[in-house]
Design a protein around this ligand. Structure first.
Ligand SMILES: [Zn+2]
Length: 429
């Protein structure tokens, strides 16, 4: 009897093990999300500014440059006739592994060169290189011209990255732009703000100033008196361009001409701070603002002017309208598309909105299964989502887009997300 049980146990263990193994590949392919956020001080600390200018190699008349906003290139040495090794370093440490780089390269004669990207200790190569001849139209470097060294074997995170990479580039008199992600600097954002503000019902205003003196701009979509409000922010983290690329169509759809958008703007006003960290973006920072701080850890202590400006703006809006924020969203980028939501136990001003919305997205985008990671904790607030919920009762989430998510899909997702959200909020109001 005992023996038989033993055998049975063995068999069931084996079955369980086989079951588990068969599940493993599917599970490991999905990004599991980041762990809990550790509590950190957000009092300013020093940052290292990069030297800006041209790195010229006169014998070969090859010139590298980082002399533009959003660029990051911290050193170039020539390793042999046709190979240049580039160093990319961060504004300070400790820091996330999101080494952002951007530089131009040109040569008097048409020629092919190899550029090896190297990073400071503990950092690795993360962003697949994009190239452009006009700074506006970007395409990924052809994979035939891309070599990775010492690549990790994980699907996501630091363990998936290469230590360094080699780019084979065709250079000539026409300036070639090379960047970790498409350049979207404060100048580009301001052009977008100007464009979208041409609509009668869209206005913009400066709500504060960054540490380095750049204006923090906010859009108002709808009437300033409306009591029902929505808050949108993006780009707390400079290299997270794909999150910004989703925010744009999302906001454009709310400001668009659909019947839903027109109805929505009668009931709700949407406020947007599209560029939370203009200093970090223009200086090519990997993560922090000019106070050397991760802004998305400062929504408790409010030591930094960028987060403080948004806090004061939202308070002022509530006081001026006697209204409420029903929904708030913060756009970011990470290893893969993911939604950091709040657990169902947190009931804000429109309970159930976020889960219903994500469910609606699933049915609207065929084959799309949203990766949702609810948080069980909102205190200390530290991150924007928790602050929006705790201070305003807004149904809040972090909308993360993968670094490499297809740009067309990002656009579609941004548009559909806004449409479905407006429909639901009109229904639930
Ligand atoms: Zn982020």
């Amino acid at each position: 009897m005992q023996r038989q049980l033993h055998t049975k146990t063995k068999i069931s263990l084996l079955v369980a093990l086989i079951g588990l193994i068969s599940l493993l590949p599917a599970q490991s392919k999905r990004f599991q999300g980041q762990g809990p956020t550790p509590i950190v001080s957000t009092v300013s600390k020093p940052i290292q500014k990069q030297w800006k200018g041209d790195y010229g190699f006169m014998e070969d008349s090859v010139i590298f440059s980082n002399d533009f906003e959003g660029g990051r290139l911290n050193g170039v040495v020539q390793s042999n006739d046709s190979t240049y090794t580039v160093l990319i370093t961060s504004e300070n440490t400790p820091i996330n592994i999101s080494p952002w780089y951007a530089f131009t390269v040109e040569s008097k004669k048409e020629r092919e060169i190899d550029v090896v990207l190297t990073y400071q200790e503990t950092a690795k190569h993360r962003y697949y290189p994009k190239i452009s001849y006009d700074r506006n139209n970007w395409k990924p470097l052809d994979s035939i011209n891309y070599t990775e060294y010492d690549k990790g074997t994980d699907d996501f995170g630091a363990g998936s990255l290469a230590v360094s990479v080699k780019l084979r580039l065709k250079v000539g008199p026409q300036k070639l732009w090379v960047a970790g992600q498409e350049l979207q600097t404060s100048q580009d954002v301001n052009e977008w703000i100007t464009e979208i503000s041409k609509n009668d019902y869209v206005n913009h205003q400066t709500i504060g100033t960054s540490r380095e003196g750049r204006p923090l701009e906010a859009l108002t979509i709808g009437k300033a008196k409306t009591k029902r409000m929505v808050m949108v922010i993006s780009r707390q983290h400079p290299p997270e361009v794909t999150g910004y690329l989703a925010m744009q169509p999302f906001v454009e759809t709310i400001a668009g001409n659909s019947q839903t958008a027109k109805k929505f703007r009668k009931k709700f006003t949407t406020y947007v701070v599209p560029l939370m960290n203009p200093d970090g973006v223009d200086n090519g920072h990997w993560r922090h603002n000019n106070g050397g701080i991760d802004l998305n850890r400062d929504w408790e202590a409010f030591e930094q002017p960028e987060t403080t400006a948004v806090r004061e703006f939202m308070k002022e809006r509530v006081a001026a309208t006697d209204g409420k924020f029903y929904f708030a969203i913060d756009f970011h980028s990470t290893w893969d598309d993911i939604y950091y939501t709040l657990a169902d136990k947190f009931k804000g001003n429109m309970p159930g909105l976020v889960p219903k919305w994500l469910e609606a997205l699933k049915s609207e985008l065929p084959g799309y299964d949203p990766n949702i990671r609810p948080s069980e904790k909102t205190i200390p607030t530290m991150v924007s989502r928790n602050y929006f919920y705790e201070a305003h009762g807004a149904e809040a989430l972090v909308f993360e887009i993968g670094d490499n998510t297809d740009r067309e899909f990002i656009k579609k997702k941004g548009e559909v997300s806004a449409l479905k959200l407006m429909e639901l909020m009109l229904e639930l109001k």
